[in-house]
Design a protein around this ligand. Structure first.
Ligand code: S3P
Length: 180
């Protein structure tokens, strides 16, 4: 376990696992802020993720992603939706994991393939074969997360499962949800 009383919860997992949909629900329940790293990078760079990759390439994107992870590592009371590759790069992973509880939203490949649209918005998901290969390659990195939650369910159920997992990880020191 990374931290007894984490300042942040970082959601990690493959594209389409539901980080950006379960994240705001979790943040709202805990009374914490929500940050989606991809949306934040798009805002800062003034470009869609697809255009960042197209114009500047993946190494530039990873550098900006790492910078953002380092910045977020000093902000308390945050739920962070990390991009699907963020936890794969060791320096970014270390920044995200510092002082945080990382949570892997685990989903089967069939579900991922049904959720990820092949519309060009995700540069690393051009077709089913590429997604399948990346899925297998990424799994060992996601396993580094502190806890794992089944993300096949609806976002509300996923957020609830994370709160339940926090009870185990944090015990009595978990922040109370608005319903409690
Ligand atoms: C990526 C996942 C995307 C985005 C970028 C790269 C990846 O985020 O960061 O396209 O390497 O898996 P989502 O997981 O939110 O789609």
């Amino acid at each position: 376990m990374a931290h007894a009383r984490p300042d942040r919860i970082v959601l990690v997992g493959f594209m389409g696992c539901g980080k950006s949909t379960a994240g705001p629900l979790l943040a709202q329940a805990l009374g914490w802020e929500f940050r989606d790293m991809d949306r934040e990078l798009e805002r800062r760079l003034g470009l869609s993720i697809a255009d960042v990759f197209r114009r500047h390439g993946e190494p530039f994107f990873r550098l900006e992603e790492r910078r953002l992870a380092v910045e977020l590592s000093s902000v308390p009371h945050l739920v962070v939706a990390a991009g699907g590759g963020a936890f794969v790069f060791s320096e970014t992973r270390e920044a995200l994991a510092a002082g945080a509880l990382s949570c892997w939203l685990r989903c089967g490949l069939t579900t991922i393939l049904s959720r990820v649209r092949l519309d060009g918005s995700r540069p690393l998901a051009p077709d089913r074969e590429t997604i399948s290969a990346l899925f297998a390659e990424r799994e060992p990195s996601y396993r580094e997360a502190d806890i794992v939650v089944d993300a096949e369910a609806a976002p509300e159920a996923v957020a609830r499962a994370i709160i339940d997992a926090l009870d185990t990880a944090w015990g009595q020191s978990r922040p109370r949800t608005s319903a409690e």
